[in-house]
Design a protein around this ligand. Structure first.
Ligand SMILES: Cc1cc2nc3c(=O)[nH]c(=O)nc-3n(C[C@H](O)[C@H](O)[C@H](O)COP(=O)(O)OP(=O)(O)OC[C@H]3O[C@@H](n4cnc5c(N)ncnc54)[C@H](O)[C@@H]3O)c2cc1C
Ligand code: SF4
Length: 334
């Protein structure tokens, strides 16, 4: 691991000023915030991340889950994944978020991992994590070892000729279905970014994963009040029952009225280069009678643009079945 300076931020503006000295907030950043450290420290040990300065943000007052005045929830950036998943309001009003977080990692990791860090966790593509291999995300312009290599776990939606890495987060998928808003404080002030606009497709700049600029600190995430009568569910399919990333996952939030879908929000994980919301599938579901035919039509639509590589073609049908099953689970008692 490269030597680095460790600073503890006592207020947000000190953290932002320190972060803004970096020329990028993306891969290759010379200054990095650290929260739980469960992504960052791993990558520093692998020499994938080599910041000269690491700014600890754990002393900032960003660790609360609070109700919003008009309804909805404010989740601080350093709220631990365990605390968020087990929060009574989250369990009751945003069950899909609790389920998604609890489907990830392990108890110990969730006790350390934070909301902000989870939003920014990096891909598990093995070539990205191996500094001996060509990887456009780690070293722009070097090529992508995965496209003709071991790509079984990688993305089929939102890929480019430069990168097919999957966004590995479970929490992000639920946040996408809940249409979360990410609040950022930076040198130019505060911004509220809908999660759909927060993560970027790889295109020809896979090293750039989000819209964050140097110094941008995620302060909190807000969730709108839950839709009346909604039911939600997160289903994660993976190679083993725990401590494993998704091959395919689905987060669904649906409202059923008189046996028909009145409102649907759908996001997929394990298959996209970013948390994959399908507004097209949502539109097809609305006003349809609850049942497998409508669910299957929506699943076909959600995967319509999928592009498989040599080893990950199985994910197309897997993701469709995952979505159909999640919709069945969410609607079966409605
Ligand atoms: C063995 C293992 C298994 C795992 N399995 C799963 C799994 O099944 N599902 C899953 O979803 N995840 C899984 N994870 C990933 C885990 O959820 C993430 O590592 C964790 O959520 C990252 O949060 P953190 O607070 O530790 O981030 P950190 O490592 O502290 O930070 C991650 C990144 O975010 C930046 N950052 C952190 N906070 C802020 C902020 N407030 N503002 C701006 N930038 C910030 C950091 O600079 C860094 O670049 C696993 C991790 C490990 C090690
Ligand atoms: S898929 Fe992306 S992260 Fe993986 S090797 Fe290719 S460029 Fe790198």
């Amino acid at each position: 691991m490269q030597a680095f300076e460790f600073l503890t931020a006592r207020d947000a503006s000190a953290a932002i000023t320190a972060g803004a000295k970096s020329s990028t907030a993306q891969q290759g950043a010379s200054v990095r915030f650290v929260a739980g450290g469960t992504t960052l420290l791993d990558l520093m040990k692998l020499n994938v991340e080599r910041p000269g300065q690491v700014v600890d943000i754990n002393r900032l007052a960003l660790d609360k889950v609070e109700p919003l005045a008009g309804g909805g929830l404010k989740i601080g950036a350093t709220v631990r994944n365990s605390d968020l998943a087990n929060h009574p309001v989250v369990q009751h009003d945003y069950a899909v978020l609790s389920q998604a977080i609890l489907a990830g990692a392990s108890g110990q990791l969730r006790n350390m991992a934070t909301t902000g860090g989870n939003l920014l966790q990096r891909t598990r593509c093995m070539y990205f994590r191996d500094s001996a291999m060509a990887c456009n995300k780690r070293e722009p312009g070097t090529g992508c070892s995965a496209i003709d290599g071991a790509n079984r776990t990688l993305a089929i939606l939102g890929t480019s000729e430069h990168c097919i890495a999957t966004n590995p987060s479970d929490m992000n998928v639920a946040m996408a279905a809940l249409e979360a808003t990410i609040h950022v404080q930076g040198v130019k002030g505060e911004r509220a970014i809908p999660i759909a606009d927060f993560h970027l497709l790889p295109g020809d700049t896979p090293q750039r994963e989000t819209v964050l600029e140097p110094g941008d600190l995620i302060t909190h995430v807000t969730l709108a009040p839950p839709a009346r009568g909604n039911r939600s569910f997160y289903l994660k399919l993976r190679d083993r029952a725990s401590y494993e990333f998704a091959l395919a996952s689905a987060a669904v939030v649906v409202t059923v009225e008189d046996g028909r879908i009145a409102r649907a929000r759908i996001a997929l994980g394990g298959v996209g280069t970013k948390p994959w919301r399908s507004t097209e599938a949502e539109a097809l579901l609305e006003r349809q009678p609850v049942g497998e035919p409508a669910f299957r039509t929506a699943a076909d639509e959600a995967l319509r643009g999928a592009r498989a590589r040599s080893q990950n073609g199985f994910k197309i049908e897997l993701a469709k079945r995952c979505l159909v099953h999640a919709l069945k689970q969410a609607t079966q008692t409605a």
